[in-house]
Design a protein around this ligand. Structure first.
Ligand code: HEC
Length: 219
């Protein structure tokens, strides 16, 4: 799953939430001026099921990624996870009321917009973030575990090899593109003038880490 696919699914997820909520509000209006009421109910249900399917699919993807994390999770990702978990009981109660306790369905008017708010916020801080930063961002808001391993070793490389001549602050405060980091590191390797200083693989892992750090200072 690429970040692009995940984030696009998240956008469809939000569109379904918006559609289902506004259809529901429309249904609460005056029924006399709505001849196509059955069609709207059907559409509301279809959008609702697409929403739930995408939600559980992305939830499983998210859990798989997080299980590979060794480092402390950033505040943004913690919020994303918290909102996703909060959606589960909300959706469950909403569905149970709609299906089993129709006489309580008057209360659902508060559930729909609440679910919509959670869906927009939880997608906005991840998928929204991805689309804004996408030109250079190689990772989704929640990184894959394989990449996480590289990021950890990239950090170790920086801490051990790059602090020989100057402090780490000089590196972590710099924000550069991939090409800029490649040329900076090439220059640093020349400064060091020691063929065994850093392998190509180490440079690659270091750059991965530094790029990620540009976008998420928590790493
Ligand atoms: C042999 C000594 C030495 C080592 C090892 C070293 N640096 Fe440097 N670094 C320098 C010197 C000298 C400068 C200032 C001159 C320059 O920018 O080339 C500098 C400047 C920098 C700067 C600020 C200039 C810029 O282009 O933004 C960054 C960032 C940097 N180093 C990153 C690194 C990284 C990453 C590593 C690990 C791969 C590293 N350095 C390892 C000597 C070193």
């Amino acid at each position: 799953m690429t970040p692009m696919i995940n984030s696009s699914l998240a956008i469809v997820f939000v569109i379904c939430a918006v559609g289902a909520t506004f259809i529901m509000l429309e249904l609460r209006g005056d029924p006399k001026v709505r001849p196509n009421i059955n069609f709207l109910i059907k559409l509301h249900k279809i959008l609702g099921w697409i929403f739930i399917s995408i939600f559980f699919f992305l939830f499983i993807v998210m859990i798989k990624k997080i299980s590979g994390y060794n480092e402390e999770i950033s505040a943004r990702i913690s919020l994303h996870i918290g909102l996703a978990i909060a959606l589960i009981p909300l959706l469950a109660v909403k569905l149970i009321i709609a299906r089993r306790y129709p006489h309580l369905s008057q209360n659902l008017i508060t559930y729909g917009p609440t679910i919509l708010i959670l869906a927009v916020t939880l997608s906005g801080i991840t998928a929204g973030f991805y689309f804004i930063r996408s030109p250079e961002l190689k990772y989704a808001a929640v990184a894959d575990s394989a990449n996480t391993a590289n990021l950890i070793s990239g950090k170790t490389i920086m801490e051990t090899k790059c602090t020989y001549c100057h402090s780490q602050e000089r590196i972590v405060l710099a924000s550069k593109s991939k090409e800029e980091w490649e040329s900076t590191i090439k220059r640093m390797v020349n400064h060091r003038n020691d063929p065994g200083f850093m392998t190509k693989q180490e440079q690659k892992e270091l750059i991965e880490y530094l790029l990620r750090k540009n976008y998420n200072p928590d790493y």
